[in-house]
Design a protein around this ligand. Sequence first.
Ligand code: GLN
Length: 191
Amino acid sequence: MKKRIGVLGLQGDFALHRRSLLRSGCEAPIIRYPEELDSCDALVLPGGESTTFVKLLHKSGLFEAIRTFSRSRPLMGTCAGLITLARQVSDGSVEGLDLIDIEVQRNGYGRQVDSFIARVEIPVLSGRSGFEGVFIRAPRILSLGPGVSDLGRCNDDVVMAANERVLVMTFHPEVTSDIRIHRYFADTYVS
Ligand code: GLN
């Protein structure tokens, strides 16, 4: 049976995640209401604007529903999705889901270099470890708590991390045609 990985569709670039998941051989319903989570094996939180995400998550009832979902099923978050999943945001501007013990700084690479492309090293990926990292007003991971592993680096920064059930990255794998990260999530985290 195909794995069914929902993509949170409240805001942001959910359509590109859907495309990558479909290309990885998964079903990828767009999720806007709590009851739509029931049939999903996992959930992806896309990039966008984290303050807006948190507001809309509360409004839709998805905030509590995702926390409950996370007790038994895996989540993946990119960029604003990572911020929304983090334990702590350094300036206190976002009170997120607290599902992975990392501290992050929003827009952590400064204004001039708001967006850039750089090579990320991800040893767990099949084939080669290099991945084209597209960073768009990206957050910076400041620290990892116990139980969180460093899975990918760009220069000296950790840009991809995970605990048992939550995989996050500060860049946007969905805007490239390389589906190895979506595939890795589906193969390794989703049963
Ligand atoms: N800067 C955005 C935020 O703080 C994240 C940007 C993105 O998702 N591309 O929420």
